[in-house]
Design a protein. Structure first.
Length: 435
């Protein structure tokens, strides 16, 4: 077989076996000038054995390589499947972990939103409470201004004025307190909104992370449209560790919880401030009302006493006037007796000579004239005294009437203006609804 192959390489190509045989005989019969290297059988056998050994070696090597390739294929397939399964488990664990943190963030976000709503309502109540102090301030100020219209001795710095000033001071302190609470509450709401934005950003990132990881979890070897990605830069960007990731969310949760607790404390402080301020203002309002009523009773008693004195004075004036009338009548009644006595005395003084004696008639007429004169002087003095008394009584009457008018005006100011104005407060309106 090999010899045929060697000789056939030296022969030209013919169309049939007969042609090949003729060509071989021809070539062997022709003389050749070439010197040919003849091989001995040993060389031939060695060459044959060497070819067999090389062939066996190559064959063994091929079998070994084929077995190694099969093992590599099997190992690569097993490890790839195991790695994919491990990655799938890790993805599932990661999805579970991120979902857990997301749920915590969502729960805290809902609590923060609710707390923002609650604190906003508390702020509105503070604003209502602050606005509710404007009417009491106006009422108290108007009461003080109205009471300035009192006249004369009634324009006094009494307990009512003192308590009205105390009420204004208390209202001013309450307004300052409400303003301070409003500023603190506004700052708390701002901090809550900031952490709310932070939680929303964290939740959004985790939503995107879950979307991507769930997409990756659903990928398998049979998924169409995939291409191998060879970008080392994609891996270099993942610098955040799992610990940092969880620490970041934990810090957000802890910060939100702390702010929420502080917000609850702020709401409790706001409620306490509003309730305590309302109680103090209500107590002060009742005290002012009590002072007004006490002052009105005092003024009413004084007015009644003055009216009683005026009635007595009027009675006394009437009595003095009656007395004066009687005194003047009595004085007039003495004119006729005086005329009779003086006429008699004058007529008898014309008696002639020795008849002009100081007899008993003369003595009696003189005594009568002196008595009538004394009575007339006494009556005149009594009339003058009565007229002076009457003048004083009339002047006192005018003073009493003036003082009564002043008291009536003071009562009208305190009762009809100030107390009626204060009744419009209805202090229930100071406490915001729902508190």
């Amino acid at each position: 077989m090999q010899m045929t192959t060697s000789y056939s390489s030296l022969l030209p190509s013919y169309g049939s076996k007969r042609d090949v045989g003729k060509a071989l005989l021809t070539s062997l019969s022709q003389p050749s000038n070439e010197v040919r290297d003849r091989k001995n059988p040993t060389d031939w056998t060695a060459a044959l054995n060497m070819h067999v050994r090389v062939s066996d070696k190559d064959k063994n090597k091929a079998e070994t390589q084929r077995e190694a390739s099969n093992r590599l294929i099997k190992e690569a397939d097993q490890k790839t499947k195991m790695k994919q399964a491990e990655i799938n488990r890790n993805l599932q664990d990661r999805i579970t972990t991120v979902s857990y943190w997301k749920q915590r963030l969502v729960t805290e976000h809902q609590s923060i939103c609710q707390e923002i709503s609650n604190l906003t309502m508390s702020k509105q109540k503070l604003q209502q409470a602050l606005a509710a102090t404007e009417t009491p301030v106006e009422v108290s100020t108007n009461c003080l201004k109205t009471r300035e219209n009192r006249e004369s001795i009634d324009l006094v710095q009494d307990f009512v004025d003192d308590e009205l000033l105390n009420e204004l001071n208390l209202l001013s302190e309450v307004q300052k307190l409400m303003t301070t609470r409003l500023d603190s509450t506004t700052e708390r709401i701002k901090l809550l909104n900031d952490i709310k934005s932070g939680l929303e950003a964290d939740i959004s990132d985790k939503d995107e992370c879950l979307r991507l990881d769930e997409h990756c979890y659903k990928l398998h070897n049979g998924t169409s449209g995939m291409q191998a990605v060879s970008q080392p830069g994609l891996y270099e960007g993942h610098t955040t560790t799992v610990e940092k990731h969880e620490h970041f969310s934990q810090i957000n949760l802890e910060t939100a919880e702390v702010l929420r607790v502080k917000s609850v404390l702020q709401r409790e402080l706001n409620d306490f401030s509003v309730n305590k301020s309302n109680d103090e203002l209500l107590k002060q309002s009742e005290l002012v009302g009590g002072m007004f009523r006490s002052r009105i009773r005092e003024l009413t008693d004084a007015k009644n006493f003055l009216e009683s004195q005026l009635e007595k004075t009027n009675q006394e004036i009437s009595s003095v006037e009656d007395s004066l009338h009687q005194l003047r009548e009595a004085l007039r009644n003495k004119d006729a007796p005086m005329k009779v006595a003086t006429t008699r005395f004058a007529v008898r003084s014309k008696r002639p000579n020795v008849e002009l004696t100081r007899d008993s008639v003369h003595t009696g007429l003189w005594s009568e004239i002196n008595n009538i004169t004394q009575f007339q002087e006494s009556l005149k003095n009594q009339i003058a005294s009565a007229e002076e008394t009457l003048s004083k009584l009339v002047a006192n009457k005018k003073r009493l009437e003036t003082d009564i008018t002043i008291k009536k005006k003071s009562i009208q100011i305190d009762e009809q203006q100030c107390l009626r104005l204060r009744k419009t407060l209805h202090w229930r309106g100071y406490r915001p609804a729902g508190m």
